[in-house]
Design a protein. Structure first.
Length: 438
């Protein structure tokens, strides 16, 4: 089905963008379903104690993922969109930069663990997972296919890798293997994705060995992306610091139960990423050609984020007790926590859309200022609420942090209009305006 011709839009380009979004969405949904089913089986096999130990190891890797990626992904897409003939130079430079960052993260992860260790999690598990940053530079290939609006190839890799990953984990459960095997399996997931990207890129005459490194381009990319690196670290803090704080204050059992909450709640967070990533080229084109159309597309993007996230939050709120019927009874007390945590997704959706505006307008420093504010809110509220309320306190702190980070732009005069636009979408004013106009 083709999108109808709309005045002010390139119908052919719009169909291309929506087709690309659909491909990404199908790939992520397929991966999500596989991960959810297997994740529940793994959690039931490990039980809260061991699940908490494993969760503690993965959190440190998440903390440093922003450094390992260097915040380059959107800028790679932007550079490839602007300079398609420099593909090999852009990809080669970005790859080597990410590779060096991945190696640099290994000692940093060691230091962070020994400064603020996750109670009950051995460092050997963290060390194994710390090498994930070294094998992840192949994600630059993902950015290349996004720039070409050909995400079906990424979809194929992700689904295939997740099927193999699921089979491995189910085999480990069937053979009643110890916890350390699941640590290796988690690291192997990323290796499979990277191998898949490598072989996919080599189709149709493309060759990774033709990539080159350009120091001048590296300097340019870092100059643009360093605020996003800091922002990514702050995002990691306000998304995952609650897990470490909960494990240290309440133990691995509470952390293991909370891991099921966060994994279910955050499983849907790929949706705004898929949509804004696929539509980013169209938004950039509108900014270049027609400012009015550009602003309209931004408002429509905020509306779409609300239309998608609020119904999901409402459904999960009322069905969380039923969802936890799939888990063993040791996890049942986490159901009310999920009903609170799921609402943080509304602000994740809006924040993801607003981030694209900030990138398009080169307001890069604002991204780490607002996420830093969100991280500060999360840490302070966790310190207050976790001792009194356990993982429910962590969920409330997370919700407050996400909301404060998303709407921090209201306090910045040059972008506070975007905060008003998000509020119009969230309070459904924009929807009512569209209904009245009709």
């Amino acid at each position: 089905m083709r999108i109808p011709n709309i005045p002010g839009f390139d119908a052919e380009a719009l169909n291309k963008y929506f087709k690309n979004t659909g491909m990404l969405f199908i790939g992520r949904v397929g991966s999500l379903l596989i991960k959810m089913i297997v994740g529940i089986q793994v959690a039931n096999y490990l039980l809260p104690d061991k699940n908490g130990i494993l969760s503690g190891a993965t959190v440190y890797i998440y903390f440093f993922s922003a450094i390992a990626s260097l915040g380059l992904d959107q800028y790679i897409v932007k550079e490839l969109h602007a300079f398609p003939d420099s593909r090999d130079k852009i990809l080669g430079t970005s790859f080597l930069m990410k590779l060096m960052a991945g190696f640099a993260c290994i000692p940093l992860i060691w230091a962070s663990f020994h400064i603020y260790p996750a109670t009950g999690t051995p460092y050997s598990y963290v060390f194994i997972l710390s090498f994930i940053g070294v094998i992840q530079p192949f994600t630059v290939i993902d950015s290349y296919f996004q720039s070409e609006v050909q995400s079906k190839y990424i979809m194929q890799v992700q689904i295939a890798a997740n099927v193999v990953s699921a089979a491995i984990k189910l085999l480990l459960i069937f053979n009643k293997m110890p916890l350390e095997y699941f640590v290796y399996a988690y690291a192997f997931d990323f290796l499979m994705i990277s191998v898949g990207y490598f072989f996919t890129y080599h189709r149709k005459g493309r060759n990774l060995y033709h990539w080159t490194y350009d120091p001048a381009l590296a300097k340019k990319l870092i100059a643009f992306s360093w605020p996003l690196i800091i922002s990514g670290i702050m995002v990691a803090l306000y998304m995952k610091i609650d897990a470490i704080m909960l494990q240290r204050m309440k133990g691995v059992k509470e952390a293991g139960a909370y891991q099921t909450v966060s994994s279910l709640s955050e499983a849907w967070n790929f949706v705004p990423s898929v949509i804004v990533t696929s539509l980013f080229p169209a938004i950039l084109n509108a900014r270049r050609d027609d400012v009015a159309r550009y602003n309209k597309r931004i408002q429509n993007l905020y509306d779409l984020m609300v239309y998608l996230s609020v119904p999901v939050a409402i459904i999960i709120t009322f069905t969380s007790p039923l969802i936890y019927k799939f888990y063993k009874h040791q996890y049942a007390y986490a159901a009310p926590v999920l009903s609170v945590h799921i609402w943080s997704g509304v602000f994740v959706f809006l924040g993801a859309a607003n981030s694209q505006y900030l990138i398009a307008e080169n307001y890069n420093r604002l991204t780490f200022i607002r996420t830093g504010f969100g991280a500060l809110v999360n840490i302070v509220l966790n310190l207050i609420l976790i001792p009194k309320m356990g993982m429910m306190g962590a969920a409330i702190a997370t919700l407050a942090a996400y909301a404060s980070a998303a709407f921090f732009v209201l306090a910045i005069p040059k972008v506070n209009k975007q905060g008003v636009m998000m509020l119009k979408s969230l309070l459904l004013f924009s929807l009512f305006q569209k209904i009245i106009k009709r």
